[in-house]
Design a protein around this ligand. Structure first.
Ligand code: ADP
Length: 479
């Protein structure tokens, strides 16, 4: 089965890649936030509480010791009661701390050891309470101090834990902020690249197709488009290439047929023309004026048909590339004069003046005299044909700025050519809409000229404004 990665699949891949990166970023962010919540929960529910409780424990121990001393000295019940109250609170503090461990939090084991030591003394404490008049209420001062010392150390350790947790919180937040930034940037950059890639992968074949379509519209159906993508554009290119192949084959058949037909017609036609000319020249006996007039018309018409056949045969030779270019150094001035000389009779019949303007110090050039003459004659012929009687046609030859090219141009004051038709008039058989009905012609002159110029590695062009005339020209490399 032929693998096809169509436009929709490309768009879907292009859509999902940045979306996946975006979602991965969001998931990472969620995990980081979860971790941050855990750390801050630990600080709030465990460390802050331990800090508060341990502070109270130290206070209670001090209170107990104070009241113990006071009671010992003054033997007042109030001190005894204060002592008991502080001791109860102290015990409650222990319970609160151990409660944290029971609810699943990890607390330093020193708390349990301390609680155990406290419990060991609890019996002593009970006895003292029952026999309060016997002496001290509390354990030895050294033990109390030791406990205060332990609780203070645990408290300091707890503060240290809070500082560590805060640092962890800080680095986590920074890391997650960085991750989000990197993720968002990555997804945007990847998104941008994906869009550019998709745009490129669509624009490139479209441009290629456009080039192919343009070359078909400019009569160059030999070009195929080269699109290797496996999507719909690839299929379109395949269909386009099939179409151009078909057109090429048909064009070949048509041109072979025209060439064969032209050959077949030209031979008898030449005999007919020669015969008519011989009759007109009275080789076979005298003819009257009426007969001469009709025979002359016949001769002109036969001449026109021969001309047309010559054009057709030339086109087919150009297309089959069998034309031979004999590039020799050209004397531009005599070459131009020769062209004008050939068309002078036609210009005279319309009282059109043909003027040659050749730039001084023109660089030399090489080319096939016969073929290039045909180009100039085609352009001059059109200029005279389309100009009003009594107007002026100018043939110019000028070099470009750095004298590497030569510009040949023929300007007239004829009807001009509409913009939209200017690119079409070089196509085979194309004749502008405005002249089709009332002017002679077959639409081959410019096509032949274009081919000849291109064979000489030059370019042919037209500048024209409707109502103001046209300038046809071609540019060839100077030697
Ligand atoms: P043809 O002259 O036999 O029609 P060409 O190939 O020489 O064929 O010219 C093609 C078409 O270009 C003409 O039919 C005409 O419409 C247009 N054209 C050519 N030269 C001129 C010009 N100098 N002024 C106006 N239109 C022109």
């Amino acid at each position: 089965m032929k693998l096809r990665f169509g436009i929709i699949s490309k768009l879907l891949v292009g859509f999902f890649i940045p979306v996946i990166i975006f979602y991965v970023t969001i998931i990472l962010l969620y995990m980081d936030v979860q971790k941050i919540v855990d750390i801050s929960e630990g600080i709030i529910t465990k460390n802050t509480r331990i800090s508060l409780i341990s502070k109270k424990m130290i206070e209670n121990l001090i209170r107990m010791e104070e009241n113990d001393k006071k009671y010992h000295l003054l033997k007042k019940d109030d001190y005894f009661n204060y002592f008991v109250l502080a001791q109860k609170e102290f015990e409650g503090n222990f319970v609160e701390i151990l409660e944290l461990e029971r609810s699943g939090m990890e607390i330093p084991r020193e708390w349990r050891q301390l609680y155990k030591s406290y419990q060991d003394f609890s019996t002593t404490f009970e006895n003292l309470r029952e026999n309060k008049s016997s002496g001290s209420l509390w354990i030895h001062e050294a033990v109390t101090n030791e406990w205060i010392q332990i609780i203070s150390e645990l408290r300091a350790k707890n503060e240290h834990d809070i500082a560590l947790a805060t640092m962890a919180l800080n680095s986590r937040s920074q890391k997650s902020a960085r991750n989000v930034l990197v993720g968002l940037m990555l997804s945007s950059v990847v998104g941008l690249f994906v869009i550019l890639f998709l745009a490129y992968s669509m624009i490139r074949p479209l441009r290629e197709l456009l080039r192919g379509i343009r070359s078909v519209s400019q009569d160059r159906i030999s070009k195929t488009v080269n699109i290797r993508s496996k999507d719909e554009f690839g299929e379109l290119a395949g269909a386009f290439n099939d179409m151009t192949l078909r057109l090429r084959e048909e064009e070949c058949m048509r041109s072979d047929f025209i060439s064969m037909l032209s050959h077949e017609i030209r031979t008898p036609l030449t005999s007919i023309r020669e015969s008519v000319n011989m009759i007109v020249e009275e080789v076979m006996g005298t003819i009257n004026n009426r007969q001469r007039k009709f025979l002359e018309i016949a001769s002109i018409e036969i001449g026109r048909i021969c001309n047309l056949l010559n054009h057709l045969m030339q086109v087919s030779r150009l297309e089959s590339q069998t034309i031979e270019i004999m590039a020799l150094p050209l004397d531009i001035s005599s070459f131009i004069t020769g062209c004008i000389y050939q068309l002078q009779p036609l210009a005279d019949t319309k009282k059109i003046s043909v003027e040659a303007q050749i730039a001084p110090d023109i660089p030399g050039m090489t080319g096939d005299l016969e073929h290039l003459q045909r180009v100039i004659i085609n352009l001059l012929n059109n200029a005279i044909k389309f100009s009003d009687p009594g107007s002026r046609v100018v043939l110019r030859v000028v070099p470009n700025k750095n004298r590497t090219m030569l510009d040949f141009s023929v300007s007239d004051n004829g009807p001009g050519i509409p913009k939209e038709e200017q690119s079409l008039i070089f196509n085979k058989y194309y004749r502008a809409r405005g002249v089709r009905d009332h002017m002679d012609g077959v639409g081959l002159g410019l096509h032949i000229s274009k081919n000849i110029v291109e064979f000489h590695k030059g370019t042919i062009w037209v500048k024209s404004t409707v109502g103001h005339g046209s300038t046809f020209g071609f540019t060839l490399p100077a030697s």
